[in-house]
Design a protein around this ligand. Sequence first.
Ligand code: BTN
Length: 327
Amino acid sequence: MAATLNESELIALVSALADGAWHSGEKLAAHAGVTRAALAKRVAKLSAWGLQVEARVGLGYRLSQPIELLDAKKIRRALPDLARDRLRRVDVIAITDSTNQRLAEADASADPQALLAEFQSAGRGRHGREWVSPFGANVYLSLAWAFPHWPAQITALPLAIGVACARALRAQGVNDVALKWPNDLIVEGRKLGGILIEQRGEGGGACRAIVGVGVNVSMQDASNITQPWTSVAAVLGKTPARNAIAAEVIAQLTLALDQFAERGFASFATEWDRLDLTRDKLVRVEAGKESYEGVARGLDRNGALRIETPAGVRHALAGDVSLRVKT
Ligand code: BTN
């Protein structure tokens, strides 16, 4: 009977290959205590996770690019005191369906808590789209946050989180991040990352938000992504440290969520305006079956995008439209 592939054995193989150097199949198999045929099956599974493993006679196996595995302790240590004290947990899991889904099902008494994964089999994007999540290439993280009272401007929370992510990326040397309403992270017209916030609760009562952030860090090939995309590695021209990026994003999210609870969206509005990619541009809004065009004129106080159309100014609310900047 064929043995099922054990996740921790596969992770051990990734760790052995993480440096990107050649490793002989014989040694890898001996180290894992399996036959060469069983090793080949494990390698095939890594490819299914999106890892590019090269095999060469006489040399063995290597990853096409080295990977820095995520390390919860390292990430925690890199957090500023304020964020470290605020967060109850920072966890890394290797494989999951979606970090947003995991935290939605996690014990809320441990909030605020952060969860990162190396690979998501069902990563979720906005509008029900898939978020392509190959193993070890990017940052996939979620932060669960409890607001004791439902924030009045909850519709603007995604915009504040966009500002926080732009701050984090700037701190990591990615200077030209812009925001495409509501919160796509864009560099030179290409998507660098995205944000998906899922919240539960009742108006007037408490609210639990799961803030999900995906940042492309060193992804090289993603033939199933249809829109133009980029990565931190492509922008900086070198392979960045994934743990450092993860820590910076977690730190900025933590600070921004406190800022949002205390001072509302108004305290982010000027910064958001500076990052606004659509300002005074002709845009197309698609809201369900309806679509219309107009000139984007910035935000109203709830974070809705004001669109000047021939029929008057319309307010597009976060979460129910997608938008294409027309050239
Ligand atoms: C978008 O469509 O732009 C939003 C993408 C959000 C992706 C992140 S990755 C971590 C978290 N878990 C998910 O399943 N989705 C979010």
